[in-house]
Design a protein around this ligand. Structure first.
Ligand SMILES: *[C@@H]1O[C@H](CO)[C@@H](O)[C@H](O)[C@H]1NC(C)=O
Ligand SMILES: *[C@@H]1O[C@H](CO)[C@@H](O)[C@H](O)[C@H]1NC(C)=O
Length: 427
């Protein structure tokens, strides 16, 4: 009884609310009409409609995209969802050097990575670190940008001012949620661990770098993982929790067509880099549908050592899925490409890239591509770029002092974020 009355009152409130709302908005419209004049307003409305019809909404996002990871890819995906076309500005090496310190990847390498993300429509190279008024106006007039997008983590210039102040003031700013789970700082920490365990460079420089990066790394994990993991330098913990929703968001949501020629390539795809992208691009050109097998963490550590891979299976899968040349991934593919697998997926070509790490195939082990070779469908792809995971690690070691400084600043703001963070939704 009591419930029924309450429901009735609620219904009435909704109706009244609706009436109030519609009255309010028509009054607002009238007010505008009064100010602009009836005809002028109508014309403006028409123009706006015509503009909307023939011109897509163009959104802009900028960034350094150094050591690109699935967090960057997810930000680009979110930005793209706020418009019809996504234009991405990649900051020049010099501007990053001045504002943050040296980059690990050159601008051309960073541009290659961003261009490969399937949600990116256009790129503007060598943009300034901060959007000054002049550049902002250029975005609006020359590039037809409607909105400037940035994550909800504050982006401060060296003088402490907000890098997006102009866009905010112009009312052309939109915000997306920061992606949980990974940062470049975190990745460098993991890389240094893997070098240490391989025993390549146990120099004082390296040890200090190691401590530097893993400090930030460990302090992020100690609150939730106290007791369950040793808090030593060897702790590997990521904030990334793979949800089925995230994987669906990244997926193409369609299978091969009826006559499609399916190409299969497998690998670790650890620290997804420009070398991988070039290989995938070449592989995709051999057919109509590119299926990528991502090896399990266990398979990779068995072949490359205990601290490999640097990125976990689901992280690697997301990076590969974000690549525009990839149609589908197998999350946890077997090491050996069996005849049964070739039949199951109707694979026409099995590809292996030559940029793989040298220790991938152990002596005396069965050839994982034996079945494909027997069927005459195996193809070795010469990698256009000579880049491996080790290349990236070597660059970081070579420039340790500068990265150390850059990381100190970064780790501090990361810690602040994780201490004050609240609910983060999955979008
Ligand atoms: C299998 O792939 C071939 C192309 O290599 C294609 O012609 C054929 O239609 C595919 N079979 C099925 C059942 O999709
Ligand atoms: C590729 O890199 C490896 C290791 O850095 C080097 O030994 C090799 O000579 C390079 N090959 C080419 C073609 O640049």
């Amino acid at each position: 009884m009591g419930f029924k009355i309450l429901a009735a009152i609620a219904m009435a409130a909704v109706v009244v609310g609706g009436l109030v709302a519609s009255q309010y908005s028509s009054e607002l419209l009238l007010g505008f009409q009064g100010r602009l004049g009836g005809a002028a307003r109508e014309n403006k409305d028409k123009r706006k409609k015509a503009k909307n019809k023939k011109r897509p909404v163009r959104v802009y996002m900028d960034g350094c995209f150094d050591m690109m990871h699935y967090g960057h890819a997810n930000a680009l995906r979110q930005a793209r969802a706020l418009g019809d076309e996504l234009v991405v500005g990649v900051v020049s090496d010099e501007e990053i050097q001045t504002n943050k310190g040296p980059t690990v990847m050159s601008m051309q390498e960073r541009v290659a990575m961003v261009s490969a993300v399937k949600w990116v429509d256009e790129i503007i190279e060598a943009v300034p670190y901060a959007i000054n008024e002049e550049f902002m106006n250029k975005l609006f007039t020359d590039y037809g940008i409607d909105y400037i997008i940035h994550g909800d983590d504050p982006c401060l210039l060296p003088d402490g001012s907000d890098a997006y102040a102009h866009a905010k003031k112009a009312g052309r700013y939109k915000q997306i949620k920061r992606t949980e789970g990974v940062s470049s700082t975190d990745i460098v920490g993991r890389m240094l661990l893997c070098v240490r365990d391989r025993g390549v460079t146990e120099s004082p420089v390296h040890t200090s770098l190691q401590r530097q990066f893993s400090n930030g790394f460990n302090s992020l994990s100690h609150d939730s993982n106290k007791g369950s993991l040793s808090a030593g330098v060897g702790t590997r913990y990521s904030h990334f929790l793979p949800t089925s929703r995230r994987i669906v968001q990244f997926s193409n949501k369609k299978g091969p067509g009826p006559e499609a020629r399916i190409v299969y390539i497998d690998g670790a795809f650890d620290l997804f880099h420009a070398g991988h992208v070039e290989t995938l691009k070449a592989a995709r050109q051999l057919g109509d549908f590119l299926l990528v097998g991502i090896h399990t963490d266990l398979t990779i550590s068995g072949h490359r050592g205990a601290n490999h891979p640097i990125m976990h299976l689901h992280e690697r899968s997301l990076s590969v899925l974000a690549c525009r040349y990839v149609d589908e991934v197998i999350i946890g593919a077997p090491w050996e490409v069996s005849k049964d697998m070739i039949t199951t997926f109707n694979i026409s070509v099995v590809v292996h890239g030559t940029c793989a790490e040298p220790n991938d195939v152990k002596n005396g082990e069965n050839d994982p591509y034996a079945a494909a070779k027997e069927l005459g469908i195996f193809k070795l792809l010469e990698s256009p770029l000579n880049m491996t995971t080790s290349t990236i690690i070597q660059r970081i070691l070579a420039n340790h002092e500068a990265y150390k400084k850059r990381n100190e600043k970064k780790a501090e703001s990361e810690n602040k974020y994780y201490q004050s963070k609240t609910y983060v939704n999955g979008d």
